[in-house]
Design a protein around this ligand. Structure first.
Ligand SMILES: C[S@@+](CC[C@H](N)C(=O)[O-])C[C@H]1O[C@@H](n2cnc3c(N)ncnc32)[C@H](O)[C@@H]1O
Length: 273
């Protein structure tokens, strides 16, 4: 077992308050849209950072940027600095998906390393504000792990869109003693995962639930979770798939973008293949 102090992370309450002589990087989960989902620990971490690194895609959503800006205005210390970089573009339909992702991550690591070297002085604390929770479909930790020379990273967990989805629908993700799989729309499009009846789907640009045999499946769908624009639809997939498609298309047209997540729950065993 490796203790927090062996990893260079001070124990207990001192974890975020002791500034080491070394440069340190905080990766702070800020929740998936609701400003009140920011944890007390995240508030404290934001208040400790000297420099915030923002790496955005050109088309970063205005409401997401505003949420971050408001959090910094409310909790960052006076005199903090913001260093912005532009996320490299990623080929969305590559012939070789793993290779394209690896190249994109490499480019992102270079940009991140340059930002840190350029803007963070020895002994200062830098921070990345990560949407939702840093452990879930976010490349920040992977990119920081690839940096050369390595940097000391402390992670502050956040409320993920998956937690926000379950809370808004008032459901648990698993059933008694059961497993849950969190996956992507791209993977679901290849078929229902083996061995699980409860599947949470993220990063689904193409409504992969359309291809799921709907009999005996319930869906709990949510978009813009935690924000004033939150949309929720739940029910038997066979009955509500059309409604989700309609609500989704309308919302996307109205906002110009959409972020949605859903739980698919199989309530009856499918016939053997
Ligand atoms: C790059 S991942 C980031 C996930 C994030 N780290 C988390 O913990 O939720 C982006 C995906 O998260 C989901 N997502 C994030 N925020 C959301 C929100 N407010 N409402 C619905 N889905 C959201 C969507 O599935 C979206 O495609």
């Amino acid at each position: 077992m490796i203790s927090r102090s062996e990893r260079g992370v001070p124990d207990g309450d001192a974890a975020l308050s002791r500034v080491s002589a070394k440069t340190r990087i905080l990766v702070i989960g800020i929740g998936a849209g609701d400003p009140e989902h920011l944890t007390l620990r995240a508030v404290r971490a934001i208040g400790e950072a000297d420099v915030f690194f923002l790496l955005d895609k050109g088309e970063a959503k205005e409401s997401m940027i505003r949420l971050r800006r408001d959090m910094l205005a409310a909790y960052a210390k006076p005199g903090h600095r913001v260093a912005e970089g532009v996320d490299p573009d990623r080929d969305r339909r590559p012939s070789d998906y793993p290779e394209a992702v690896a190249a994109w991550r490499q480019r992102r690591a270079e940009i991140t390393g340059d930002l840190i070297r350029e803007h963070l002085a020895e002994g200062e604390t830098g921070a990345f504000l990560v949407w939702g929770d840093p452990s879930l479909y976010d490349s920040t930790l992977g990119v920081l792990a690839d940096l050369d020379p390595p940097v000391a990273v402390e992670v502050v967990p956040g409320i993920s869109s998956v937690s926000a989805l379950a809370a808004s629908h008032g459901v648990g993700l698993n059933r008694v003693g059961g497993a849950v799989q969190v996956t992507t729309g791209r993977r679901l499009a290849q078929g229902w995962p083996e061995g699980v009846d409860d599947v949470v789907v993220m990063l689904d640009a193409r409504q992969a639930f359309d291809a799921v045999p709907a009999e005996g499946v319930e869906v709990y769908w949510g978009a813009y979770l935690g924000t004033p624009d939150e949309l929720l639809v739940a029910g038997p997939l066979a009955e509500v798939a059309g409604e989700i498609a309609r609500v989704r298309a309308e919302a996307r047209a109205r906002h110009g973008w959409i972020m949605d997540t859903y739980l698919l729950r199989r309530t009856t065993t499918p016939p053997p293949r």
